[in-house]
Design a protein around this ligand. Sequence first.
Ligand code: UDP
Length: 265
Amino acid sequence: MPAGPDICPLLEEAVLYDSSAIESKKRIRILDVSVDRVSLAEAAEIFEALLRTEACSLIVTPNSEILWNAAKDAGLKAILNDADLVIPDGIGLVYASRVIGSPLAERVTGIDFLDAALRRLAETGESIYLLGSAPGVAEKAAQHMRARYPALRVAGVRHGYYKPEEEAAIVEEINESGAVFLCAALGSPKQERFIHTHREALRVRAAIGVGGSLDVWAGVQKRAPAFFRDHGLEWLYRLARQPARIKRVLVLPLFMLRVFAGNRR
Ligand code: UDP
């Protein structure tokens, strides 16, 4: 990929042309992972285009923790770089994009993107399959999704605590459900690996990894109030509610240090 003279090694900008309906999208690179510089509206448009393609498109929603893990896990990094849509889900990515001189338009949370996707599916009558979270959570999430979008068709649900040998049967169940969109809320990297491993076998048009989003839809976890979201402090709110997340939150400054270090090279 050609890089301009004033572009640091961490940043490569490219306009990707896809043979499908996806005309073009701008990508930046943060810690060697391509991230789409998209607004929520643009991401929703790309989603619509991906649903018109035959193969199973992979949508990922990395935050700084996921990019940090990818820097240490070549397999995860390869999966992220193989995704069709990489949504910048985290204030850390927005800060990093400023450091490397190519600011992201905005932070697009996986949960907001999922909401936009549900609205679109409710309009077209296409269906979604919900995989992940503890037993009972996906059912409850489906109930709340249908309350918000009465026309939404949830083709199937399944919890995310299964044995590896059950994966093939789960893929079969998703295929038989007729869903066009798979929402995998298994936590990272389990969700990305599941989709990537079974990409060829899955007959859905697109699949996304969305972390704890079903917990929020089900009401098991509360979403941070608008003040925290608007000020990039969602992580602080979640930390206050779940102090055990401290180790995960500490990754954010480490991630930023790595971005700064890379930018000075
Ligand atoms: N989870 C799952 N199967 C597993 C491990 C985790 O379904 O084997 C679910 C877990 O119940 C939770 C989600 O994956 O609903 C991960 O949530 P987390 O808060 O870690 O995700 P984040 O939103 O921080 O990315």
